[in-house]
Design a protein around this ligand. Structure first.
Ligand code: FAD
Length: 343
């Protein structure tokens, strides 16, 4: 029994012992789940093992029932599904009402969601209503002997890692960065329970309407990419990114970058991989003319396969690369592109 802080909850002792298990809110768009959802189910599984408790997932949207099965394949024991036409597009109120209903009824002790634009909006709205604490943008998660969530996140311009503990309330909530945690392998032999949940608002009560999505043309989606060809200062000029684009196109991938080239204005910041950029986990990461500074490596070291192209055989990037090509990128990259295209 813990005494809640005055002002945030009714005074008096609150019994939190009914709260059990870890709930992951699955994020999807047009029926396709964001990879961070499966990564968080993987991490939830590790936390739940320590707590000897189940992992649940919440799927919301329109025509999303098949994602319930996917959530089970990735490690969920129970999946709550709210499938309704009015949930086709994300809007804070109808989505947060469903989340609040599931949390209040099924009482998970920990709730996790991706630190995406949607996750940040939804988690904040829910935490305020419950009310409970929320650690945003976590990069490490653990639980202590009191079953409390230890959520760590970079702080003070990424100079230190702060571990944040919410002592008073349940559920314990955190959003976590995409690409940081590993998903469990998709196991189609897993079985689990699916619980259907009704929408918690009438469609005519929903005050906002999504009329159209306008994609920002310039933005690159590094987090969902399976192949990234990233360039660094070794390219020598912004024009050399064209070589990387050709290779990325041939491989069905996208172009990433080190901070050095972003700072020099050779490419926009949304391409930056690393501590102050995006954390990625593609199947293939090709680092071209990138030395391998620790701030870059933390953002891409979990890639399945890392290929480094660098003229310096002692470049630190070779320490984490699975394959290394020592030589001039202006010869190696076009040769690689030609080889890929001829396959
Ligand atoms: P360099 O270190 O200059 O490396 C260039 C490489 O290109 C060299 O290894 C060289 O051998 C090779 N090369 C040169 N010519 C050729 C050629 N013709 N063919 C083949 N190879 C060639 N960095 C990030 O990337 N992401 C971050 O998020 C990030 N955050 C940071 C946060 C903080 C607080 C700080 C202090 C730094 C951060 N940095 C970050 C910067 C980081 O420390 C490095 O300065 C940066 O990653 C270096 O970029 P680079 O590898 O492109 O350049």
């Amino acid at each position: 029994k813990r005494k809640p802080m005055i002002g945030l909850q009714p005074e008096g002792d609150v019994d939190w012992s009914e709260y059990r298990g870890v709930l992951v809110v699955v994020e999807q768009r047009a029926g396709v789940a964001k990879p961070v959802s499966w990564q968080l189910i993987g991490e939830a599984k590790r936390l739940a093992e320590k707590l000897a408790a189940p992992v649940s997932a919440l799927v919301m949207g329109a025509n999303v029932s098949s994602l319930a099965q996917e959530a089970i394949y990735y490690g969920a024991d129970v999946v709550y599904v709210c499938d309704a036409p009015e949930l086709e597009h994300y809007r804070t109120r109808p989505y947060s009402r469903v989340c609040l209903h599931v949390i209040r009824q099924f009482k998970p002790e920990i709730v996790l969601m991706g630190a995406t634009n949607t996750g940040r909006d939804l988690a904040g709205a829910i935490a305020t209503h419950l009310p409970t604490g929320l650690t945003a943008d976590s990069t490490e998660l653990d639980v202590d002997e009191d079953r409390l969530l230890l959520a760590s996140r970079p702080a003070f311009s990424e100079k230190m890692l702060a571990t944040i503990l919410c002592k008073q309330f349940k559920p314990q909530m955190a959003t976590a960065r995409a690409g940081v945690f590993a998903p469990n392998p998709r196991d189609t032999s897993r079985t689990g329970e699916v619980v259907v949940v009704a929408p918690q608002m009438n469609p005519d009560e929903i005050a906002t309407e999504v009329i159209e999505f306008l994609e920002e043309q310039k933005k690159v989606n590094l987090q969902d990419a399976e192949v990234i060809v990233a360039g660094g200062r070794g390219l020598g000029s912004p024009a050399a990114f064209e070589l990387l684009r050709e290779l990325a196109d041939a491989l069905g991938g996208v172009v990433g970058a080190s901070r050095a080239v972003v700072d020099m204005g050779w490419i926009s910041h949304d391409h930056q991989v690393g501590q102050t950029g995006v954390t990625v986990r593609p199947k293939l990461y090709i680092a071209v003319g990138i030395s391998g500074a620790v701030q870059h490596v933390v953002g891409m070291q979990n890639s399945t396969w890392i290929v480094a192209i660098n003229k310096d055989p002692d470049a630190p990037i070779f320490k984490i690369a699975h394959y290394g090509l020592v030589g001039d990128l202006f010869q190696l990259v076009p040769a690689l592109t030609k080889a890929v295209k001829s396959r």
